[in-house]
Ligand binder design. Structure first.
Ligand code: SF4
Length: 108
């Protein structure tokens, strides 16, 4: 019988775990899925050379280099944080959190 009782230490450990899970879990899911970030991969209106240019320069909607995003690139044309923008070099929709090999620091 005594084996089945939960000790105060175990109760505190479990409470701490679930407390953290409830607070941090949604934040991780939101950030991990990027639910606020626009999806800017629709190339339907572009020509084959324009699509090839995006591919050749490895454009992605989510940068692999956190310090380098389209939002802080010199070629980015913003249309708001949660909207696809444009690019002076690559045609088509461009995500603020995106990246490509042509990234260049924004000139102030
Ligand atoms: S050049 Fe590349 S990194 Fe810069 S805005 Fe255009 S797509 Fe983004």
């Amino acid at each position: 019988m005594a084996d089945k009782l939960i000790s105060r230490r175990d109760l505190l450990k479990k409470s701490a775990f679930w407390g953290i899970a409830v607070v941090v879990g949604p934040a991780l899911l939101n950030g991990g899925c990027g639910s606020d970030a626009p999806v800017c991969t629709d190339t339907a209106g572009l020509s084959q050379p324009e699509i090839a240019m995006r591919t050749a320069n490895a454009y992605v909607d989510r940068t692999p280099e956190p310090a380098k995003t389209c939002a802080n690139c010199n070629f980015f044309e913003s249309r708001g944080e949660s909207a696809c923008g444009g690019c002076k070099v690559l045609k088509g929709p461009i995500a603020p959190a995106g990246y490509c090999r042509l990234w260049a620091a924004k000139i102030a």
